[in-house]
Write a protein of this length. Sequence first.
Length: 218
Amino acid sequence: MAQDEETPETRLARLVLGLRSQGVTDPKVLSAIEKTPRDLFVPDLFRERSFEDSALPIACGQTISQPFIVGLMTQALNLEARSRVLEVGTGSGYQTAVLARLARFVYSVERYRTLLAEAEERLRTLGVANVFTRFGDGGEGWSEQAPFDRILVTAAAPGEPKALLGQLKPYGVLVAPIGRGPVQSLKRYVGDGKGAFKTETLCDVRFVPLLDGVAREL
Ligand code: SAH
């Protein structure tokens, strides 16, 4: 069968096999990706490319993350079924939907109203019921809901995200791209239970920047 005649399920299954060969080995994470229809989160113009392992443009000059990076970051979070997770940068809502399959509750913050409204609509369509969203500056976290077991930042922070680390539980895990340039380091911070963190660098990544404040337009 020619590739363009394949069903979305077949293409998604092939994408997942590729992620596994690249090091996303956690079966729960792979299964969550396989069950999340990425084509629903991609703009019409790029729908044909939904199951390619690449980041794609979405509204407001932002991007939907590359599936491999979504897999890697989700795996690095070490989620538990009872985890309460803060996500900074809802974007298309794709990463949010993957997290929602693996965690108890996901709290997601986005600085563009348009993106947030579209993501909320998609999550509703999929029947995802354990996600709470908020329009705001996610760099400040979500103090009313803190502390969190896990925090995932899907935009590049210029340096150590102190405000967010302050909203993490004592043994919590935070994963974020850190750096000011076009290429950043994906870092994982693991709480030692005494207010300090063990920091590891996982790989190089390319994310849009974490910006201060909310977008006034859009
Ligand atoms: N996980 C998303 C990635 C979106 S790109 C997806 O897979 O679709 C990163 C997102 O972070 C963008 O939507 C951008 O608007 C948002 N963002 C950047 N700075 C932010 C901030 N301070 N607070 C909340 N969201 C922010």
